[in-house]
Write a protein that binds this ligand. Structure first.
Ligand code: DAH
Length: 344
């Protein structure tokens, strides 16, 4: 019995010498110290031995378990620490390293301009037209006919229109003015709306012209509206958008859907009046057309011109943005070069 115990002790110590990891320690603990171990079996059967043997074998088996237990604990200290260090080393992070840069998107300068202008008009009591009253794919009927521009009228050539193959009359709108008609057909005066959106013209592209650009249409119809109201609203808009120091001017003009008609110019800040490719040497850039709604247009939508009058305007968003930030080429808005876009 004593020999058996010593043999167990010897093999246990040999196994302890070969330990490589904390999981080896667990295995040895199971083999030699668990309830099912040989050592525990001997202890369990002590009751069958003589009193002398009970004492000797009992104390020897206890010593052996204690010794194995102690040696395993020592090994555990060593290997636990070693494994912990390895794990920490492997998972080490350099907290001084710069983080991964996530670029943020920004609102496009044209969207910013539209938002700013719309807010100014909302401040003066205008509201936004619903999308369905301002479609980009239009019919000639809304884009021209209802706006008092008959088929043979030279004004149709003023704006080179993109025709589609959907149907002979279906076009990409050349102006936002059609929104006026949609709005007047679906609401009754008083009307006070703005309609921002894209328009398309088949023109050669240059620093001042693009095939696609944006306009903001405005329409106000009520009783006793005069040209003075139009001028007041336009001047207030110019003051709020450009500040009062920027030179602007009204010029008389012609549009088939307004009578009388006017245009507003703003001094070119790319050349400060000296003449450049953007203002084509005039020192001024036209930013909007406007006028009193022509009685023919009111009649087209069943609004009695004897009772109601109104004014309308349509402004070029790109031009307004160029004149605010001194951008000398309209194409910059459409190239999507981040070096340009991130400046706004
Ligand atoms: N639609 C015109 C254009 O694109 C601009 C314009 C002029 C709009 C007079 C209006 C207006 O509402 O009253 O050139």
């Amino acid at each position: 019995m004593k020999d058996t115990l010593e043999k167990i002790h010897k093999t246990a110590l040999e196994a302890i010498e070969k330990i490589q990891s904390t999981s080896d320690i667990e295995d040895i603990r199971n083999t030699y110290l668990s309830r099912k171990s040989e050592l525990n079996n001997i202890k369990k059967n002590l009751k069958d031995l003589s009193n002398d043997d009970k004492r000797i074998i009992g104390s020897l088996s206890n010593q052996i378990s204690k010794d194995i237990e102690e040696k395993l604990n020592e090994k555990y200290q060593v290997f636990y620490q070693k494994e912990l260090n390895e794990k920490l080393e492997k998972e080490r992070i350099d907290i001084t390293m710069p983080g991964v840069f996530t670029p943020f998107g920004k609102t496009h300068p044209l969207t910013q301009t539209i938002d700013e202008i719309t807010k100014i008009f909302q401040g003066m009591g205008f509201s936004l037209v619903h999308n369905e009253n301002s479609p980009e794919v239009e019919t000639e009927y809304f884009n021209f006919d209802m706006l008092n521009i008959p088929k043979d009228h030279p004004a149709r050539d003023m704006q080179d229109t993109f025709y589609t193959k959907v149907a002979p009359n279906v076009i990409l709108r050349s102006q936002t003015s059609g929104a006026q008609i949609h709005e007047m057909l679906t609401t009754k005066p008083p009307i006070r709306v703005v309609a921002p959106g894209r328009v398309y013209r088949c023109e050669s592209v240059s620093a001042r012209k693009n095939n696609l650009f944006h306009q903001i249409e405005g329409l106000l119809v009520d009783k006793d509206i005069t040209f003075a109201d139009l001028k007041g609203v336009m001047n207030e808009f110019l003051r709020l958008y450009f500040g009062s120091a920027r030179p602007t001017r009204f010029r008389n003009s012609f549009f088939p859907f307004t009578e009388p008609s006017a245009e507003v110019d703003v001094q070119c800040i790319m050349c400060h009046g000296k003449g450049c490719r953007v203002c084509s040497g005039t020192g001024w850039l036209e930013i909007l057309g406007a006028g009193m709604v022509d009685p023919n247009v009111l009649r087209n939508v069943d609004i009695d011109p004897e009772v109601y009058s109104g004014f309308a305007f349509g402004m070029g968003v790109e031009r307004l943005a160029m004149l605010k930030w001194a951008i000398d080429d309209i194409r910059l808005f459409f190239n999507n070069d981040v070096r340009f876009l991130k400046q706004f």
